[in-house]
Design a protein around this ligand. Structure first.
Ligand code: AMP
Length: 528
């Protein structure tokens, strides 16, 4: 017997209709490139998104066409998210921190028809213009840049909107229609495209706002530090209007602790989300300036493993810290670390875990032969996930069989309470004498040393043990510490054979375009 409930497609346009009716006056605050603040309501935001849709339709954009964005977090980028997807086209966010050749590869692979871009990226685009054959033209967001002679057409975003219809009615379509596209460079070889559907975005947004997700409500104001070109800013641009939360968008200033502190405090932000390096810089700045963040209640940290030291420094400021794990292929929310009980204080070991899977996500860890491993907090295994917002296959490989379980490329342990901890990327795990050593755990310990600004641990070839851990550190300004002192710091904290053999002191640890430590580059640099 079938249920007799209404069958309404789960479309991103539903979020708009909800926010337009219930939360029309909630604000979207953007810090513009020149440092000025821009304010507009959800009602204005979505009227502009409707204008964009109608203007794109006039340009000949049809359902399924890809329209790319190359932009920071601001109201215009938000309008693109909705204006492109609600038309039935695909909003393809491109990471401007990638190498120009990678940007060219991605735009070409996705066969984007138009590219909406902040004018500051025009020089990069000019260098690769000849390779962008599918592109019919550029839509310039900030309006200040010179139209590029290298492209056949370049239009001004605001002029385009002025000619659009603010009451444009979006079509209704199947909820499995593609909505957004994001390439990941986390895998080997060329970047791969993850193609989200309207259905997956809506279900992921419900999970995102749930109590043990971001716990987002109409009482919140949320500031996504995570860029809108990195897994849809973890879904916050959809989750905020769904929950009725206000949005604060830091533009190109997300990496500037002073600007961030000003926004968090003056815009009464209650929750924020970003990668560990951003929070590290922020707490250093707050310490130096003697500043506090009195209104900030929750902070979500993910994208790479936060150290215990960082979590404790944030908690000492009265902020609830929620470590989270996910990836481009999981939309990204997979697990979040929130307390599972009201009463008990959590141990250090519990605080740093990546947390429990949010409903909708199933996890398992398997050994080399694919056998499932126990959830005992000890067994290391390859982490696999499945769920309605997990990638079944990459864009362009529609003919391949969809995956039953997605192989994350991460190595993890899961404890009896269902809390997962990432110990490594599969390719970064250190194999010493046939046993695995977690580089993340060793990094975490080094980060607790007061002299250490940043730490990375990599495997170094060893004639007897295959590989041995090498600790690479950047010291805090003006601080000195010996190699032996750092190695002694591990005594009693891990098994003796886990303790690194040596320390390399460096000025800088290389990072990828998404802010993770690039162990590949580090290994190349330190080969000798
Ligand atoms: P991306 O697709 O760029 O978001 O990268 C996803 C990868 O980031 C994951 O597969 C993990 O290796 C890493 N990652 C994300 N969150 C965490 C976390 N909380 N702890 C450790 N690694 C993480």
């Amino acid at each position: 017997m079938r249920g007799l409930m209404m069958d309404m497609p789960l479309l991103i346009g539903n979020i708009v209709r909800h926010a337009e009716r219930v939360y029309p006056q909630r604000e979207v605050v953007s810090l513009l490139h020149d440092g000025r603040k821009h304010r507009q309501s959800y009602a204005e935001t979505f009227a502009r998104a409707r204008r964009l849709s109608s203007a794109l339709q006039q340009l000949g954009i049809e359902a399924g066409d890809r329209v790319a964005t190359l932009a920071w977090n601001d109201h215009r980028h938000l309008e693109c998210y909705y204006g492109i997807s609600c038309l039935g086209a695909v909003c393809h966010t491109v990471n401007p921190r990638l190498f120009p050749e990678q940007i060219a590869y991605i735009l070409d692979h996705a066969a984007d028809r138009w590219l909406v871009t902040d004018t500051e990226f025009l020089p990069v685009l000019a260098g690769i213009a000849k390779e962008l054959e599918s592109l019919e033209g550029l839509i310039l967001l900030a309006g200040a840049g010179e139209p590029s002679a290298d492209f056949i057409r370049s239009l001004d975003y605001e002029e385009l909107l002025a000619g659009g219809d603010p009451d444009f009615a979006w079509p209704e379509f199947d909820e499995r229609t593609a909505a957004a596209l994001c390439y990941t460079s986390g895998t080997t070889g060329h970047p791969k495209g993850v193609l989200y559907s309207h259905r997956s975005v809506i279900l992921h947004s419900y999970a995102g706002i749930s109590a043990d997700g971001f716990g987002l409500s109409a009482r919140d104001i949320i500031l996504p530090v995570v860029p809108m070109f990195h897994v849809n800013a973890w879904g916050i641009p959809y989750a905020a209007p769904m929950a009725g939360a206000g949005l604060v968008l830091p533009g190109r200033h997300a990496g500037n602790p002073r600007a961030l502190t000003e926004l968090l405090n003056n815009e009464a932000v209650s929750i924020t989300a970003g990668v560990p390096t951003v929070w590290q810089a922020l707490v250093d700045y707050l310490d130096e300036e003697g500043l506090e963040l009195p209104g900030l209640e929750r902070l979500v940290v993910g994208g790479s493993a936060p150290s215990l030291a960082l979590i404790q420094r944030l908690m000492a400021r009265g902020i609830e810290v929620r470590p989270a794990w996910g990836m481009t292929e999981t939309s990204p929310l997979g697990t979040v670390n929130t307390p599972a009980r009201r009463d008990a204080a959590r141990s250090d070991e519990e605080l740093v875990r990546a947390g429990r899977p949010i409903f909708g996500i199933e996890l398992r860890i398997v050994d080399d032969s694919g056998q499932e491993l126990p959830w005992d907090g000890q067994a290391f295994g390859a982490l696999q996930v499945r769920g309605p917002w997990v990638c079944a296959r990459y864009y362009g490989s529609e003919d391949s069989a969809p995956a039953d379980w997605f192989d994350t490329g991460d190595v993890a342990t899961i404890d009896p309470s269902g809390s997962m901890q990432i110990t490594d990327r599969t390719k970064d795990v250190i194999k010493s004498g046939g046993e695995w050593i977690s580089s993340i755990e060793l990094e975490n310990i080094a980060m607790a040393h007061p002299a250490v600004q940043e730490a990375a641990v990599i495997g170094r070839p060893h004639p007897k043990w295959d590989e041995r851990p090498l600790l690479v550190v950047v010291l805090r300004d003006g601080v000195e510490v010996s190699e032996q002192e750092l190695l002694d710091f591990y005594q009693g904290k891990v098994a003796k054979w886990w303790i690194p053999d040596a320390v390399a002191f460096v000025d800088e640890i290389p990072h990828t375009a998404t802010g993770k430590i690039s162990k590949l580059k580090l290994k190349e640099r330190l080969r000798d």
